[in-house]
Design a protein around this ligand. Structure first.
Ligand code: ADP
Ligand code: MG
Length: 616
């Protein structure tokens, strides 16, 4: 609250945005604000938009032990919000207290340090009643009937008997009718409804055992049954991510991190696919968000965001939730410990070789569209597969899948493919298509399609990184230095970073204006053409040179180096090379995606193929 003070002539000039000096001749005396005004101001802090009202009401329902919560919004929640629960209810005699400020049933002994419930300030209901027209109707299971109380713009009604099932129904109409200035800051109803839906989804992650229903203007937007956490996360994250979830679970120093991350082939353009729950409370916490980003840094493309639902449980005394009125921000006592638990746990989950911990990006399959999924058509029955394919499980006796590789000039079938072995999840190579993709078949009949460049790029990336962590990247000196001409800016930029690059096995020095002499290259790259390599690294430095930490910058350069040292698309591979590629992928961390975050392989299991053909 800005209280303008009269400026005496001797006083230094004061910057203020209140009335002009003349009008300050008659400053009103200091007085206490009426309680309704105080409540309206406080209300604005807690309830800044309909989503906040939804959050507070649903949290109350969860605190009351509800197993079913229905939320209905009209006009983006500005016109009307209704939240109905089947929780414990409020005894008739306590209704007036429930809507009074700082009245709560949840903070028994002023123990602000150990807070187990979602609400604890006793601020939400009075704030809602100050910001809009609140009707609270409630009935504990044992009560013979319900009772109702109304609060409009802060004015509290008498308690009246009412009809109603056990539980509580809160209805909030005309949000901010009493504070039109605040109402002006609201967005279009559609946007407000989206915020409210997002708030409800965050709570739904935190409370999978509770069923949620959300209706917006009469349309059902969310209908979640009571379910276990895995099912709830899958239901909320979207079909593509749901099909590619990796479970994580690790404990350390009394903390436990569990939940799910999506295969890094599934990413989003925003962080909207990330949800964090700390001690059953949905939070927007920068420590957790940053740790997630770091863990995914080099398995997803720059500018993309991981999909994850992570649950952190730790002793209540280790975390302060009393930082922000909306209670979504926290302060960890041991933020560094939390950070390293997240980065370490996710790093391990992502580090499985291709085909082991990380499932194939099955999710990229389009889900079958029922109207296009005909029951099996006899007329479409293909001829029986040639016997040479039968042993591979690619074609089934009555199945529609036939690989006729001999007929396609762009495909080369290996004359004598080795049989697939059970402990090779990526299978045995059977062919190369377009000189770019390797087709393999696994022992269980899954069909595996590998992008040879993307895959090899990751292998080179990991080899370089391992060498760097072990003390230095092995370099291969050139017999004659290669001279590369570059735009002067690029040359200067590279020379600025010559010391960093030398650590990576790339030795360069100035060679007259706009030219660079390359004396050594990382040995793992083979014999790449130095000119495009230097140009790419100059680009990388221009893009990320100052934005990233040294570590991140080196890793970004390693990714570029890896790209140049890898089998190109369009190179013909022999059987031994293909097999070596698959086996190395299985043994290499993070090998399910390339350094740019694209998938390195696709796997079609029998079930996937049946789904694609509408047989399931
Ligand atoms: P807080 O949740 O911080 O205690 P609120 O103003 O949100 O404060 O609620 C005040 C009190 O009203 C709660 O402590 C609780 O006892 C009661 N209450 C509110 N909503 C419900 C509900 N849906 N079911 C049962 N009790 C409720
Ligand atoms: Mg509350």
């Amino acid at each position: 609250m800005l209280i303008p003070r009269p400026a005496s002539p001797a006083a230094p000039p004061v910057l203020y945005c209140g009335p002009t000096p003349e009008s300050q001749a008659q400053v009103p005396p200091i007085r206490l604000l009426p309680e309704t005004t105080v409540n309206r101001i406080a209300a604005g802090e807690v309830i800044e938009r309909p989503a906040a009202a939804v959050k507070e009401l649903v949290e109350n329902a969860l605190d009351a032990g509800a197993t079913r919560i229905a939320v209905r919004l009209e006009g983006g929640g500005i016109e009307r919000i209704e939240v109905i629960d089947n929780g414990a209810g409020i005894p008739e005699a306590e209704l007036p207290l429930a809507v009074q400020r700082h009245a709560t049933s949840k903070l028994a002994d002023a123990q602000l340090v150990e807070i187990a419930t979602l609400g604890f300030r006793g601020e939400a209901l009075p704030s809602l009643g100050a910001a809009g027209r609140l009707t609270l109707t409630s009935r504990p299971a044992a009560a013979p009937h319900a009772a109702t109380i109304r609060v409009e713009g802060g004015a509290v009604s008498d308690v009246m008997p009412a009809a109603g099932a056990p539980g509580t129904r809160a209805e909030l109409r005309d949000l901010f009718f009493a504070t039109p200035a605040r109402r002006k800051f609201l967005k279009q109803p559609r946007t407000e409804a989206e915020h409210a839906e997002a708030a409800l989804r965050r709570l739904a992650f935190a409370a999978p055992a509770t069923a949620f229903l959300l209706e917006i203007d009469g349309r059902t937007v969310l209908d979640l049954p009571a379910q276990d956490r895995a099912a709830r996360v899958a239901a909320l994250l979207g079909a593509d991510a749901a099909a590619a979830l990796i479970a994580v679970d690790a404990a350390r120093d009394g903390m436990r991190l569990s939940g799910f991350i999506a295969n890094p082939a599934i990413t989003r353009t925003t962080t909207a696919g990330q949800s964090f729950v700390v001690n059953a409370r949905p939070v927007a916490d920068p420590v957790l968000r940053t740790a997630l980003r770091v863990a995914f840094r080099d398995v997803i493309a720059f500018g993309r965001h991981a999909v994850a639902a992570l649950y952190l449980d730790l002793p209540a005394a280790e975390v302060d939730v009393n930082v922000h009125p909306a209670k979504t921000e926290l302060r960890f006592r041991d933020a560094a410990g939390v950070r390293s638990l997240v980065i370490g746990t996710l790093g391990r989950a992502l580090a499985g070789g291709a085909g082991s911990a990380v499932p194939a990006p099955r999710a990229m399959l389009a889900p079958p569209r029922p109207s296009y999924a005909p029951s099996y058509q006899w007329g479409a029955r293909p001829p029986a597969p040639a016997s040479s394919h039968a042993g591979w499980g690619v074609a089934e006796a009555d199945g529609p899948v036939v690989l006729d590789l001999d007929a396609a000039p762009a495909a080369r079938r290996l004359p004598t493919p080795a049989p697939p072995e059970a402990d090779h999840p990526l299978g045995a190579p059977v062919a190369q298509v377009l000189d770019t993709y390797v087709i393999a078949v696994a022992a269980d009949g899954s069909l595996v399609l590998v992008d040879q460049h993307a895959a090899h790029e990751r292998l080179t990336h990991e080899a370089l990184r391992t060498q760097m962590l072990a003390g230095g990247i092995a370099r291969q000196a050139l017999l004659l230095p290669a001279i590369v001409d570059l735009p002067a800016m690029d040359a200067a930029r590279l020379l600025d970073h010559a010391a960093d690059l030398a650590q990576l096995g790339l030795e360069i020095e100035a060679f007259g204006p706009g030219a660079i002499a390359v004396r050594a290259l990382p040995a793992a790259l083979g014999a790449p053409d130095p000119a495009p390599l230097l140009r790419d690294i100059a680009d990388e430095l221009a893009e990320s040179g100052h934005a990233l930490s040294l570590d991140a910058r080196l890793d970004a350069i390693i990714a570029r180096l890896a790209c140049h040292g890898s089998i190109r698309a369009g190179r013909r591979l022999n059987a031994a090379e293909m097999d070596a590629l698959l086996r190395q992928m299985e043994a290499t961390p993070r090998a399910a995606t390339c350094s740019h975050g694209r998938p390195t392989f696709l796997r079609l299991s029998r079930a996937d193929i049946e789904t694609l053909f509408g047989r399931r």
